[in-house]
Design a protein around this ligand. Structure first.
Ligand code: G
Ligand code: G
Ligand code: MN
Ligand code: NA
Length: 257
């Protein structure tokens, strides 16, 4: 298993890079925040996307040190931007089920916040429906503990899993991220419009906000706007980008105000 050995070595040597993808308000076009998406800086193959290694990282447990590194690195970057007078908004970090199951996960997050000076009110952790469901008692306890720290929890890829309405009610969840596949063929009067509008209505009634993923066209953005979806993320706005490009974007955003 060359890949596992390679991945382990890459985690040891920190051959990764955080990319950032902005999330925009669909109402006023402001940057609401950004999601950090990790890339593997492979010495022979160039930049490798998470689709090719996150699952393996989960299976091998390597996601635990890798995820911790991503969180720390992104929090440091966020703080640096704040120190430069920029407004990065909310920082959304993906957390895998494996990380979420660690007994010391909340404690680790807490020490990373202290160490980096990251504002807990600006941190958002994205968990998948399956991570929220796995070992539910612990998941509930972790979500409450993180919430007590001021951290927001969002459900990633919402609509693809088996999370019940009962859990949504039980958890202090701030945001649902609508899975890309529901946005892809989103037109007025389409099946996807019915699904998307239902998710948004339910989220709002339960006090949650909504961000749509994979927004690629103005038509999709318009349908989402009609249903009062708060945020959009996708190629219509920007692809995920390295920190220095995100910094330029944050600067030009300030100059335009
Ligand atoms: O960037 P891309 O679309 O290829 O990302 C694919 C998937 O990898 C996304 O669903 C995203 O949630 C996941 N992913 C990206 N970065 C991280 C990370 O730092 N940790 C975890 N657990 N998943 C990530
Ligand atoms: O956590 P999640 O798996 O949702 O991460 C978002 C993933 O979707 C990232 O890997 C990112 O590169 C990808 N992505 C972001 N915007 C778009 C988009 O507009 N279209 C498509 N097809 N993929 C996108
Ligand atoms: Mn995500
Ligand atoms: Na997603």
């Amino acid at each position: 298993m060359v890949m596992v050995r390679e991945l382990r070595k890459a985690v040891e040597d920190l051959h990764f890079l955080p990319y950032y993808q902005p999330q925009y308000s669909l109402h006023n076009g402001n940057i609401l925040g950004m999601e950090v998406l990790v890339r593997w800086k492979h010495q022979d193959r160039g930049m490798i996307g998470p689709g090719e290694f996150i699952q393996l990282a989960e299976e091998t447990g390597l996601i635990v040190p890798l995820g911790e590194w991503v969180l720390r690195t992104a929090c440091m970057q966020w703080k640096e931007w704040r120190n430069k007078g920029l407004s990065p908004g909310k920082l959304a970090v993906n957390v895998s089920a494996k990380q979420f199951q660690q007994n010391d996960f909340v404690h680790k997050v807490e020490s990373i916040l202290e160490e980096t000076g990251m504002d807990s009110q600006s941190l958002e952790l994205e968990i998948t429906e399956s991570a929220a469901m796995y070992d539910t008692d612990k998941a509930v306890a972790n979500i409450h503990a993180l919430s007590d720290l001021g951290i927001a929890i969002s459900i990633d890829d919402f609509g693809t899993g088996y999370l019940s309405f009962g859990y949504l009610k039980k958890f202090p969840i701030q945001k649902l991220k609508i899975e890309r596949s529901f946005v892809r063929d989103l037109r007025a009067d389409s099946d996807n419009e019915a699904i998307v509008s239902t998710i948004i209505t339910m989220a709002h009634k339960l006090g949650m906000s909504v961000v749509a993923e994979g927004v690629e066209t103005e038509e999709q953005a318009q349908v989402l706007r009609t249903h009062r979806c708060e945020g959009g993320q996708g190629y219509l706005f920007h692809q995920p980008m390295p920190a220095q490009d995100m910094e330029k974007l944050l600067k030009s955003n300030m100059n335009n105000r």
